[in-house]
Design a protein around this ligand. Sequence first.
Ligand code: G6P
Length: 611
Amino acid sequence: MCGIVAYVGHRQAYPVILKGLKRLEYRGYDSAGIALLSDGLKLFKKKGKVAGLEDSLVGENVQGHIGIGHTRWATHGEPSDRNAHPHRSASGKLAMIHNGIIENYGQLKQELLNKGYSFTSDTDTEVLLHFIDDIRENNKCSLEEAIRIALKRVVGAYVIVIVDTESPDTLIAARKGSPLVIGIGKGEHFLASDASPIIEYTKEVVYVNDYELAIIRPDELILKNLGNETLTPFVQKLDLELAAIEKGGYEHFMLKEIFEQPHTIYDCLRGRLELSESKIIMSGVEQHLEQLKNAKRIIMVACGTSWHAGLVAEYIFEELCRVPVEVEYASEFRYRNPIVGPGDVIIAISQSGETADTLVAIEKAKEQGALIFGVLNVVGSSIARISHGGAYTHAGPEIGVASTKAFTAQLAVLTMIALKLGREKGTIDNDRYQRLLTELSLIPEKVQTVLEQAENINSLARKYAQATDFLFLGRGYNFPVALEGALKLKEISYIHAEGYPAAEMKHGPIALVDDTLPVVFVATKDPYHEKIVSNIQEIKARKGKVIAVISEGDETIPQMADDVMYVPACDEILAPMLNVIPLQLLSYYTGVHKGLDVDKPRNLAKSVTVE
Ligand code: G6P
């Protein structure tokens, strides 16, 4: 996820673009860059936040009435000045910004290398730009035509915006899969990833659709499809306030991130889960395949929510790969002189890739000869740099302090790794493998179904918001989900909550049960369903209030529970990705009903960089 802004018109482009980039920083802040066209094409790029770019440009000539800007969340190539956008074409005439991933960039790059092109960055963006430039130079065609030809070859998602020294009053943009809004002013046009950089200048906007190309001049907006047919732009009026748009229309980043999960899980699976070939393609796993396959033991090392993802993964890896797995709190693992060495694989799970405890824990294990494999969200982060290899979760920047979409993306990645290794090792039978692959591909739409119940969960949260304690119970794959439900509620609503294996509650927590205690059961259909039904009865016999997350079609639990939240049926291995969603929503709405700052809960930090 990156942010893009572009301007052409009577104003100076630089201040418009700079302000717009600041608004889009929630989309990524690994690096920022601007290209301006006035006396030639000038590019300014800087690793880090937009403010850093701004500081570095004090005293520079930033004149120009046309320009493009980008704030990056790195995917291909670490965050650095050289990988920052905009990129410049080999001819020197074009500069381009890009939001998305060009999945077949490797193949295109090889073709360009064969033709003698060289690259100044590690990005897929530079590959696409050279490709477009090459088509234009060789075919002696217009830039517009070259873009059309190039995009027909591109696999992946993109919004691109290009400036061209040969047409110094024209921006050309194209979209597939990533968002693009055009703002229409008087003698000026604005382009951006969302409307937040535009709204203070105009309320007239056009949302560009997939496979459309926009040719934009100060007084002209031409919209075409990739077949070169001219389309009529559908001009809409924005009736949103600026503050709302910054959160994409959501009241809080946490809610926005919860609702992004169908997309983030899809993005995580995209290009990796190849259903047609019954394959999982993960280059990070392939690079270390022998060590991963032959691991004596896998140790998941993490903190917080990421640790809960590790616990789910323990069940999955043991089941599908028949390898012993341990799950360690990074802070404990590091300081107890762990027995670890060659043959061990450490899977470090972290959204930020910067958590200090996780970082030092893996440094220690690395010294002792273990393979370090990162499952991380932030590209180029500290943990990424010291890991031997890994797989990114591609969930986009997570701004709400309580982790939501990163957790489900971690589960998706860990599941794919386990499926791939299980297949390679022959520890998973073919039918189950095929079934899990298909079911995994359906998870994004099933998550969407769960999200559609948000209003019911909101009412439920209102009903229980005054409780002082909560218990969360689950068995098997749902035990870590219960832990995560309890953690979310604590973080966001400051209500004391404990997660337990459902059967273990008989050994202590049941003493807390009375008619004021809400007990949340994660009780979807799995092989131990009857057992958890008995546990529910044990709570009801003691007058506890039972709230249950259950599978659609379950007719037993609604008869005994006080309230239920439904999720679609799916294999128990994949169920945590669905079952956690109602619990995220329950915490969110409880925090909101209590009037708390859910995006920045007290005492917490998004990334804990002290031990
Ligand atoms: C902090 C955050 C949590 C997160 C934990 C681990 O406590 O508030 O949301 O789960 O750190 O962070 P990591 O970035 O390593 O996943």
